[in-house]
Design a protein. Sequence first.
Length: 133
Amino acid sequence: QYSAITMASSNVFYEYEFEDNTCKADYEVDGSEGKSTSVKAMIEFYIEGLSNTNRTAIASLMASSPCGIIAIVVDTTGTKWVYGYGERSKKAMKMTKAVGTTGAKVDEQQGQTITLENITPEIPRVYTGTVPV
């Protein structure tokens, strides 16, 4: 469990809010590699609409991805989870996929689905502090 985050002055968290049922965070534990255990963590979210504002937000995630992304995810119960940072591994999340669609018909949604992933030796931890945005 973490209760505080200390960041370099040039680093910041960005806050994204999503429509209901359009963001999820998962992890999958795989202990099949002998004595080592790997945990694949994934965050998937949908950004509705195609606009220059949304394009800029996605471009920012793409630019941050090579250095890594640490995410704090608030689940449906209000619990905050840290993805992309741990005690045994500092391997941050990377954007692995961005899929956008204009929609083929007038009534189809336009938007992008973004996927962030990493593989570490531990599951995400709870965060009890205030998120610095």
